[in-house]
Unconditional design. Structure first.
Length: 109
């Protein structure tokens, strides 16, 4: 089940060839972490691109393994949100994720 609530996070893309491509990392609870690919889709990626002023989403790619925490709560965006912290997320569907499952995004910007 998905619950709508706000969780304050900062988002960045790292390890890409330009600032609008890379591994998705979020800063929450005082630490940067990667995002698990379970439940991640094009709508979630579109919101990340929009939030970072990087245009539209072009696709997904691998940008190496991150370090630190892997955020395993499923993020569920509709695709029209301005920021990922207003998307729904599920804490009831926790997955066992490793950095092998880190999400990467390529934006047009």
């Amino acid at each position: 089940w998905y619950e709508q609530h706000i969780f304050h996070v900062c988002v960045r893309l790292v390890n890409g060839d330009n600032p609008c491509a890379g591994r998705v990392e979020v800063y929450n609870d005082g630490q940067w972490g990667t995002v698990c690919h379970y439940g991640w889709d094009i709508a979630d990626a579109a919101v990340v691109c929009r939030e970072l002023d990087c245009g539209t989403v072009l696709g997904a790619a691998a940008f190496g393994k991150g370090k630190g925490r892997v955020w395993s709560e499923e993020i569920q965006c509709r695709g029209n949100e301005s920021q990922i912290d207003v998307c729904s997320r599920s804490s009831s569907q926790m997955h066992s994720c490793s950095h092998d499952n880190d999400v990467g995004v390529i934006c047009s910007g």
